[in-house]
Design a protein around this ligand. Structure first.
Ligand code: EPU
Length: 336
């Protein structure tokens, strides 16, 4: 195995933060991963690097999960069952599914990152969450080196949440994710306002998977910065859930406040709206800032440090708490 010393991680995280790994190795098979973990268990894992903010050099062995491959495990008239290795690029996989007419992931087009990390934060967009298509997650226990499987229920999925962010954080390496996708009678989800508008504007009323994927790609391109051009990690914060009582009080003061009902007693507020109201949208502070088309996204214009972005995030959190009395929770994995 080719272990490199003092390797820059700039090209391994979508924020484009230039920190250095003391040691770095890419693994392309489960076997090699198991061999490596026998020698060193104090590792730092990096896959697509699309949901992390690195604020300092990593004084450990950084293991880049680069295990590729997609296999069809079984299929019947209605469903196909796939096992997809962790190092597959997420969007390439989604586009391949769309081209095969496998339904379920089309709303999740163009999300950055790799397949192996999709269950960790239960990626979601435009009315769909990946948890609805995952049957199980395959992983290696870092301590024992043993192969384990987590059923969908065991993953304990929630809004941008799973067992991998909580109870078993940093205890396993996800090596593959298994999906069940539809082959016909696709459950299309076009209800999210922006998709419907995009499809209608094109005169599409009986959408195909490809139509939906194209619409999502067009919407994301119009709102979200391309990490290959401007470093970012998608939504930096979660949309906060507040009590209906707090919401009604806020609504008196801000009649235009957008909201989604979560339950009889809870309401979700778009954090992007709060951040925009607080005057941060499009603001630049040195080399970091808040994206001008979606205030939920923090960006690195070139040479920002992780610490600078983290400080900006904390400034936003303090301002939102003072102005609205709402605590914003960071969604991205901040490595401090
Ligand atoms: N809004 C503003 N100003 C902004 C941004 C948003 O006022 O700068 C308000 C608008 O009222 C808008 C509403 O927020 O109608 C919702 O905005 P958007 O549709 O862009 O969605 P979001 O709630 O801001 C969430 C996800 C995104 C996902 C979109 C679409 C979270 C934390 N973020 O954002 O996910 O793409 O919905 O489904 O739930 C990600 O996780 O990295 C991500 C990009």
């Amino acid at each position: 195995m080719n272990i490199q010393e003092n390797k820059s991680l700039k090209h391994y995280n979508t924020f484009g933060i230039n920190v250095v790994a003391k040691q770095f190795v890419a693994v392309d098979s489960v076997y090699k991963l198991q061999q490596l973990l026998k020698l060193n268990k104090d590792v730092f894992l990096i896959s697509g690097g699309s949901n992390m903010l690195l604020t300092k050099d990593i004084d450990k062995l950084v293991v880049h999960i680069n295990i590729k491959g997609i296999s069809i495990d079984k299929e019947d008239d209605n469903f196909v069952y796939l096992t997809v290795n962790a190092g597959e690029n997420w969007n390439d996989f989604v586009l391949w599914c769309v081209s095969q007419n496998y339904g379920g992931l089309e709303n999740l087009s163009l999300i950055p990152g790799n397949v192996g990390t999709c269950p960790i934060q239960n990626i979601g967009a435009y009315g769909v969450e990946v948890k609805d298509t995952i049957t199980k997650v395959e992983a290696i226990d870092i301590n024992s080196g043993k192969f384990v499987e987590f059923s969908n229920t065991e993953c304990n999925f929630g809004y941008r949440n799973s067992i991998f962010k909580n109870k078993v954080k940093s205890k396993y390496v996800i090596t593959a994710v298994c999906f069940r996708l539809t082959k016909n009678n696709h459950k299309l989800n076009t209800s999210y306002g922006a998709i419907e508008k995009e499809l209608n504007s094109k005169g599409i009323f009986n959408a195909t998977l490809k139509n939906i994927s194209d619409a999502v790609i067009a919407i994301r391109k119009s709102k979200l910065p391309d990490p290959n051009k401007i470093g970012n990690s998608g939504s930096f914060f979660k949309n906060p859930v507040i009590s209906t009582h707090t919401f009604l009080e806020l609504q008196k003061k801000y009649p235009s406040i957008p909201s989604y009902t979560v339950s009889r007693t809870e309401i979700k507020i778009p954090a992007g709206w709060l951040i925009e109201q607080a005057g941060f949208k499009g603001k630049r502070f040195g080399d970091c800032g808040v994206h001008n088309k979606q205030a939920l996204v923090l960006v690195n214009y070139g040479n920002a440090t992780g610490e600078q972005i983290y400080q900006l995030a904390q400034k936003i959190q303090d301002t939102i708490l003072a102005k609205f009395g709402i605590s914003l929770e960071i969604e991205v994995n901040v490595i401090v």
